[in-house]
Design a protein around this ligand. Structure first.
Ligand code: ZN
Ligand code: ZN
Length: 354
């Protein structure tokens, strides 16, 4: 005799003949489809951030460094970085390979291919496309020179197209009709990249979200470095826009344009070619969600909020210039008063003697 539990196990889960059984079968199939397809929709292609970035040197002349470091995140995603000894900016560049096209985000701070052979390196990493190489689209997070100086290196490659960096080129290439609102997409075949306007650091700034890996590329808008903010209200709106975008999206890592702090979140000296114990490149979705409140607290000159150090360099320089001018005027005024007093004192001394 089967035990009670055995009977429950032996009992068919559904009967093919009964209408109620058919309903149960349908419900189970629907559940199975939902259960198996839901995780697939947000299943990200994994990758590795297990990398130690070259930390430069306190004496670059005595300690020569390779000019460009490559890290393979996965089989179709590469992270490139120019060495701190080659340029203190040490910007990061990202290569995403799709089935019909590849995307290079930023071209770095060095124009000369003899110093940093960026285009040659990227072409080597690209898979073949028949007898040639896969078409390549070179785009920028924003117009600052340290993110586009290498553009010219791609001119001799017929498979490469470089997108303009000025605001009109950015708007028209991505077909933004209500900049900085809305989203655009770059289609790499089997890989779609969303383009999100993020002006504030620069009026041309955009961030990129790769749906296949969940990587969010934020340029100088968000990174483990000084956040230089030119337009605070635009930056608040951008921070809110990106936070709203990522809220319901899986984000594996947030990857910016530079690293300027150590693992204790202390900033390195400006223009330092040596970054010992450097902070990791990757930030998190949580950092993106914290950004709007941080930028709202920015006083327009210099504010530290949590791990975010926000600056407006131009305003700080103007404020210093005004302070120096005011101090100079004060000193001059005091000097004039002193001279006048001395003259008056001499005059009255002379009158007493006569
Ligand atoms: Zn910049
Ligand atoms: Zn930069």
């Amino acid at each position: 005799m089967a035990r009670e539990t055995d009977r429950i196990i032996d009992k068919p889960l559904f009967s093919r003949s009964a209408p109620a059984g058919r309903l149960t079968l349908f419900a189970l199939l629907a559940f199975a489809v939902l259960f198996t397809s839901a995780p697939a929709r947000c299943q990200l292609v994994p990758g590795s951030m297990d990398v130690h970035w070259n930390e430069g040197s306190s004496n670059c002349a005595k300690d020569p460094q390779p000019p460009l470091q490559e890290h393979q995140y996965n089989t179709r995603t590469y992270i490139l970085r120019e060495n701190l000894c080659t340029t203190f900016e040490a910007p990061f560049m990202y290569l995403l390979v799709g089935s019909t096209k590849a995307l290079l985000i930023d071209s770095g701070d060095i124009a000369d291919p003899n110093v940093v052979p960026l285009a040659e390196t990227v072409m080597r990493l690209l898979p073949p496309d028949g007898a040639a190489k896969l078409p390549l689209l070179v785009v920028h997070t924003h117009r600052h020179l340290d993110h586009r100086a290498g553009d010219g290196q791609f001119a001799r490659f017929s498979n490469a197209q470089v997108v303009g960096f000025d605001i009109d080129s950015v708007r028209s290439f991505y077909k933004f009709v209500d900049w900085p609102n809305g989203l655009a997409q770059v289609d790499l075949g089997d890989r779609t990249v969303d383009v999100i306007p993020t002006p504030g650091h620069s009026e041309t700034e955009v961030s990129f979200y790769d749906r296949s890996t969940g990587l969010l590329f934020t340029g100088d808008f968000l990174m483990p470095a000084r956040l230089l903010i030119d337009d605070a209200s635009a930056d608040v709106a951008s921070a809110e826009r990106v936070a709203a975008f990522v809220k319901d999206q899986p984000v594996s890592f947030v990857l910016g344009g530079h690293i300027e702090m150590n693992s204790a979140e202390e900033l390195f000296a400006w223009e330092s070619p040596y970054h010992p114990d450097e902070h990791v490149l990757q930030l998190t979705k949580d950092d993106v969600l914290k950004l709007p409140a941080a930028v709202r607290s920015f006083n327009g000159f210099y504010t530290v909020r949590g791990q975010f150090t926000m600056e407006n360099t131009i305003r700080i320089l103007i404020a210093f210039a005004v302070l120096i001018l005011a101090a100079a005027v004060g000193v001059l005024w005091a000097l004039i008063r002193y001279i006048r007093r001395r003259r008056r004192a001499r005059k009255s001394a002379a009158q007493i003697q006569t």
